[in-house]
Design a protein around this ligand. Sequence first.
Ligand code: ZN
Length: 356
Amino acid sequence: MPRLRTLFCFFLLFIASPLEASVEIALKGQSPVVIDEIYLREGVSYLPADDALEAINLQGDWDSVEHVYRIKTPRGTAVISPGSRYLRLGERFVPLEHPPRFLDGRLRVAEDLISRHLPSLLRLPVYYRNLNPTTVSTQGEESSLDRLFAFLLRKKKPADNGSSLRGVAIDPGHGGQQDPGAIGPGGIKEKDAALEVSIKLQKQLKMRLGIPVFISRDGDYALDREQRLKPATHPEADALILLHAQASFREEPRGVTLFIRPFEENPEEGDRDESVRLATHIREAMETADLEVDGIIQAPLLPLGRGNLPTVLIEMGYLTNTEDRQMLQNPEEQQKLAEAIFEGLETFAERQEKTQ
Ligand SMILES: [Zn+2]
């Protein structure tokens, strides 16, 4: 038994190195290309985007200004970006379970993008085989580029003025012509739903708590990364709410999903991340308002950043689900959502006062 265990440990050590895993990719009628540089993260194989695309006769380019990766396809340009859970092709948004990420200096995509999403989207006859399929989960070191993309959101110790929630930062997702976000049947756009609920939430916070709100956009325009981040870095921003809506291939998925950054990314001790508490209060308020909540998910998503600023990304529902879509389009329902988020924030602030 001890020997077996030793062997297993070695296996774990080696599995983290990229050279131990490889995949075979081919377009129908062509000889397969073997890609060795596979990184395993949380049981998912990540392939270098450039190499994997080349194997299926596509070409991608990193745009360092917009922080997106554009893939030229016979059906138009597909766009992905590190940390983003969508692939956009024209007006279509394809949800990705595993966002692309920078690992060891290169943009890498999860294997299902090459084996499943691109083939079905482009009707490409792709042959794909993982030569070392494994479900071993590894926690590798992240590269400096990973760190560069995962910005730090730091909350300073609350001021001694008695108020624990001095101000709230809100980021309505997407915006502008280039970035409508997800689009649902009938043309409903994620960017519009996100903005409507954000403005209503802003009003609630100002009216009922009388605190300042720092909002990344108050109209339909595009933002660069700095502009999007600016409200959250305001010294008085004690919480950050990011509002989005999602899309699915199927009609059935529905409900609100709350995303927070993973606990293990918590900074030093005594400096705890209060995101889970904030998300829990928001979920409770939503359930009280009879809104369907799917759950609270810990995810290493780019917009959640790192640090200790209580941050919740709210996917307010599915634009591809009839009931959710009606809710996200209806001003009264938007108001209900905004009020539930407000109440979650209010409870979060009250409880914080009690514990201090
Ligand atoms: Zn979004």
